[in-house]
Design a protein around this ligand. Structure first.
Ligand SMILES: [Zn+2]
Length: 465
């Protein structure tokens, strides 16, 4: 029995590989089709709010139907539906989920050189809101299911395509709705979505970042209370004075620093490709005797690294008072807290209270939007596939595991035990931040888009055939 099963497994594996080899992809045709759907998706204005993502979901459903692929539109709000489709595998492994969001952030139209909802191409770049956040992932995922269906390949696992609504701002009717109400339709071993991406330096691919974990957005409100009175007679219990002191103490405090599997691997790899001085500073992090010094340096000079190393707190709102000559009885501040994925927040808030050390100031913990979870591992089959395909397609580059300081909808999946990784197209480092996600003139190079589709295709085959 065991022997027979093993033979069957071997046979199906071999045949999938053989079919893959025997059905070479006509990439120039696929590129044309990718661009066609990409531009059509960019032309659908899904600015959130209000979103109106159903228009994009209907477009996708239409394309899928024309290709003989069934799909479902799901959600409690008819204007903001999510799309789910599935290409069946032979069931010997659990599914892989391809996630992208159809909504985009709004625009200041007058600041764009082209209409942000026209899909204009200029000098090899496609301009449009959503070009890199996140209609690039949506179209690449769409192409995966189209290519799989046409190839007739039977992979060892199902491939699930999800185009979610409402990612930009934690909408209840988007991905969270699917997680809470239709888990059986999206349950998977692995997931790929936004949050990573590659860099091109001096014309050649340099690194491919894979987001394997992310910070968990928390917050806290500080409320200082004192006596009100006439401004001509200053009071020692002035609420604004107490609040200002509390905020200053928090800002000067260095929350404890630590590495996890992902950030350790990240810093080790970055040290390998850095100039000697930077490499030494990074390696100082690994030595308890020098770690604090390095951490303090990064807090001032490399704020991204500082955010990788600890739970961070940024005071972003400060309110108090209503007339120049009135001492107010209350003042409030809002602190933006981004927690390391394994932070014990009850203990962390307690540490904050001890740092503030003032009974006149109350700390109210903020709501947790995403679950805390373990990082997705670096020894999984999918991570290995991501690395293997990078070595094949871009041998001069490296794959860099990363902690995302912002948040994506991969985190609710990690909370459910799914190994989820953020990936993305290659971006030219000379481009700077000017044309990136949420920026005016958001754009992607045609080459990067096609390269991303190719990369994703090879990853899916490597993982599942
Ligand atoms: Zn996004």
């Amino acid at each position: 029995m065991k022997m027979i099963m093993l033979t069957c497994l071997l046979l199906s594996t071999t045949s999938a590989r053989q079919i893959a080899a025997a059905t070479p992809v006509d990439w120039s045709q696929i590129n044309k089709e990718t661009l066609f759907h990409f531009i059509n998706l960019l032309k659908i204005d899904t600015s959130n709010p209000p979103g109106n993502e159903t228009q994009a979901a209907l477009y996708l459903r239409n394309v899928l139907t024309q290709n003989g692929i069934e799909s479902e539109l799901l959600g409690p709000n008819p204007d903001r539906l999510n799309l789910v489709a599935r290409i069946k595998g032979n069931g010997s492994a659990r599914p892989v989920l391809l996630l992208g969001h159809t909504d985009v952030v709004g625009v200041q139209r007058e600041r764009w050189r082209h209409d942000p909802f026209a899909g204009v191409i200029e000098n090899g770049y496609v301009y449009g809101r959503g070009a890199v956040d996140d209609k690039d992932n949506v179209v690449a995922n769409l192409m995966m299911v189209l290519m799989l269906k046409r190839s007739g390949l039977v992979l060892n696992r199902d491939v699930i395509f999800v185009a979610e609504s409402g990612e930009e701002g934690f909408a209840k009717e988007g991905f969270r709705y699917l997680v809470n109400h239709h888990w059986e339709k999206i349950d998977a071993e692995y997931a790929l979505g936004e949050g990573g991406g590659g860099s091109i330096k001096d014309g050649s691919p340099y690194l491919l970042a894979v987001a394997a974990t992310e910070k968990v957005g928390r917050g806290a409100e500080l409320i200082a209370r004192g006596s009100s009175g006439h401004g001509s007679m200053p009071r020692v219990d002035n609420a604004i004075t107490h609040l200002a002191r509390a905020v200053a103490r928090i800002a000067e405090w260095q929350p404890p620093m630590r590495l996890n599997e992902i950030t350790r691997a990240y810093f080790e790899r970055v040290a390998e490709i850095s100039d000697p001085e930077k490499a030494r500073r990074i390696r100082d992090l690994f030595n308890p005797a020098t770690a604090d010094n390095a951490g303090n340096y990064f807090k001032k000079h490399q704020i991204r690294y500082n955010s990788f190393l600890r739970t961070t707190i940024s005071p972003n709102m400060f309110n108090g008072g209503f007339r120049p000559n009135v001492i107010p009885s209350q003042a409030t501040a809002y602190l933006d807290i981004r927690a390391l994925p394994d932070e014990n927040m009850t203990a962390f808030y307690q540490m904050m209270r001890e740092v503030i050390d003032d009974p006149a100031v109350e700390l109210i913990p903020g709501r947790q939007m995403n679950p805390s979870s373990k990082p997705s591992g670096l020894k999984t089959d999918l991570y290995r596939s991501l690395e293997a395909v990078q070595k094949r397609l871009y041998p001069e580059a490296i794959t860099l595991p990363m902690l995302l300081t912002g948040g994506t909808d991969l985190q609710p999946l990690r909370g459910k035990g799914v190994h989820a990784y953020g990936i993305g197209p290659l971006k030219d480092m000379q481009d700077g931040e000017g044309n990136g996600a949420h920026a005016d003139d958001e754009r992607i190079s045609e080459k990067a888009l096609y390269g991303f589709v190719r990369y994703l295709w090879e990853v899916i085959l490597d993982l599942s055939s």
